[in-house]
Design a protein around this ligand. Structure first.
Ligand SMILES: C[S@@+](CC[C@H](N)C(=O)[O-])C[C@H]1O[C@@H](n2cnc3c(N)ncnc32)[C@H](O)[C@@H]1O
Length: 477
């Protein structure tokens, strides 16, 4: 390995340790530029000398200084407005009903302030009573800009005329927020990778927005940050992540919620009757968990829920492959400790039942699995099939969307969703789903294909996608 690569590796490890940020091969240039810039700033003629001196430097100061050049600060007012509708129409009323007044909201990774100020405007508009808003970011320059409250028209690209007139004043070519909104948010410079007692005391928050932040973290930091957020949220509190981020493989502390065409999470009520017992999952050894987190961080959609490790399970999959569903169900029932309320066994059983045409029983089993683990993309997919069989196309589509959100690499729910959309007459929407399914199928996990493929192999499913795409264009397949 060249000296430069070694130095970069040491610097990358320092960045991961202090800021939690993970740089894969596609983002090495950003890491290189930050190293060169910081070495120059600190008076070192060579990056290697700076790296060698790192252990002697003040870690906190160093992290502050490099944060600006290593973080992605993209943001704007009213970003992903569907989530804000869910906030004002679901989360705020729910927290108010739970007795929280003011409702305490944290914007974690707030960048230059557009997100928390959007929350401040919406809280005033909603008439849902007082809220207390805190916002944090590790980048000192971003926090300084947030406190100034002056923004370019580009930051207001999704802001309606009405909100602009009400809450902004022209400031040259830019816009300044009115004082009442500026005063609504308390900003702090803080590092999410650090267990900071100012933010993470149990029950501190009713709602946390942490959008488009954990996607840049290493798997370990993702887990640590989500676990701090879970602990600091009141039971029943809400967590909003970015559209491309999920808790799958990161936490079992939340229910998945879906409304206003978006997804978000609700902290499980500790000890409440509605909560299922926390099943010990087969894969809960530390090694498996970190593997799962790696999958989740890299977006590689290898399915965690189906375990083919045991020979028995492999044999069951073989039977499924030969469409011997009855025999497979018998073999499944014979597995040691195969209670259907174990999420893994339950999911397999539900999938077998749906394949065997017993959608009602499949739905009963699947509901148990989802009660235990509603972040299981496989269970959402099987539930989508059950709901369709029950004549509930809308419910089926919701479960397919949940499966796709939780695991963007899962091809079958996209294909199923495409079929549902085509039936409902939404041809462009259907086509998009078939296209995506087609792109995903070549790398779909083989055991998942057997269990969820409805008796079709990879090639047959791909042909089906192509035929459906043509049908969407009005051409004969
Ligand atoms: C893409 S912005 C997201 C802004 C806003 N949440 C949104 O979705 O529009 C990501 C922000 O996370 C911040 N960030 C990254 N690592 C952080 C850390 N360790 N602690 C706190 N903030 C961090 C960055 O400085 C950046 O401002």
């Amino acid at each position: 390995m060249s000296a430069w690569r070694r130095e970069l590796e040491v610097f990358g490890a320092f960045v991961a340790r202090t800021l939690g940020l993970h740089f894969d091969e596609t983002r090495t240039t950003q890491l290189e530029e930050a190293l060169i810039r910081r070495a120059a700033e600190t008076g070192f003629r060579e990056a290697g000398a700076y790296v060698a001196a790192l252990p002697t430097r003040d870690v906190r100061e160093e992290a502050r200084a490099i944060a600006g050049s290593l973080t992605v600060g993209e943001t704007y007012f009213f970003r992903n407005s569907d989530q804000f509708r869910a906030l004002t129409e679901v989360a705020l009323p729910a927290r108010r009903s739970a007795g929280s007044s003011p409702v305490r909201i944290l914007s974690a990774g707030c960048a230059t302030g557009e997100e928390p100020y959007t929350l401040a405007m919406l809280a005033r508009e909603s008439g849902e009573g007082p809220v207390r808003l805190h916002a944090l970011d590790v980048n000192p320059a971003a926090i300084e800009k947030a406190r100034r409250g002056v923004y370019s028209p580009w930051s207001l690209r999704e802001t309606s005329r009405e909100m602009k007139d009400k809450y902004f004043r022209p400031a040259g070519k830019d816009f300044r927020l009115v004082d009442e909104i500026l005063g609504d948010v308390q900003f702090e410079e803080a590092n999410l990778a650090v267990d900071d007692p100012r933010f993470w005391r149990p029950g501190s928050w009713d709602v946390v927005f942490c959008r488009n932040v954990i996607m840049y973290f290493s798997p370990e930091t993702q887990k640590a940050v989500v676990s701090r957020i879970a602990a600091s949220l009141a039971p029943g509190g809400f967590l909003f992540l970015g559209h491309a981020e999920t808790l799958r493989g990161l936490s079992q502390d939340f229910h998945l919620r879906q409304s206003h065409e978006t997804f978000y999470y609700q902290r499980k009520e500790r000890g409440a009757a509605e909560d299922p017992p926390q099943f010990r999952r087969e894969d809960e050894s530390p090694a498996r968990l970190s593997g799962a987190a790696v999958e989740s961080a890299s977006g590689v959609g290898v399915h965690r829920e189906i375990h083919t490790a045991s020979r028995e399970r492999e044999r069951i999959l073989e039977l499924v492959g030969h469409e011997k569903f009855g025999e497979a169900l018998e073999a499944l029932a014979g597995l040691p400790g195969a209670a259907e309320d174990d999420p893994d066994t339950g999911l397999m059983k539900a999938a077998l039942l749906v394949n065997a045409g017993n959608a009602r029983e499949a739905e009963r089993v699947c509901a148990l699995v989802l009660r235990a683990d509603d972040l299981s993309s496989g269970a959402h997919y099987v539930m989508a099939q059950c709901r369709e069989a029950a004549g509930d196309a809308e419910g089926a589509a919701e479960h397919d969307r949940a499966a796709v959100y939780l695991d963007p690499a899962f091809a079958m729910p996209r294909l199923h969703l495409g079929l549902l959309l085509r039936k409902s007459g939404d041809l462009p929407g259907a086509r998009e789903q078939f296209e995506r399914a087609l792109a995903l199928l070549p790398s779909e996990d083989p055991s998942r294909l057997v269990l969820f493929g409805g008796g079709f192999g990879r090639e047959a499913l791909m042909q089906l996608c192509r035929a459906e795409m043509k049908a969407c264009e009005g051409r004969k397949p």
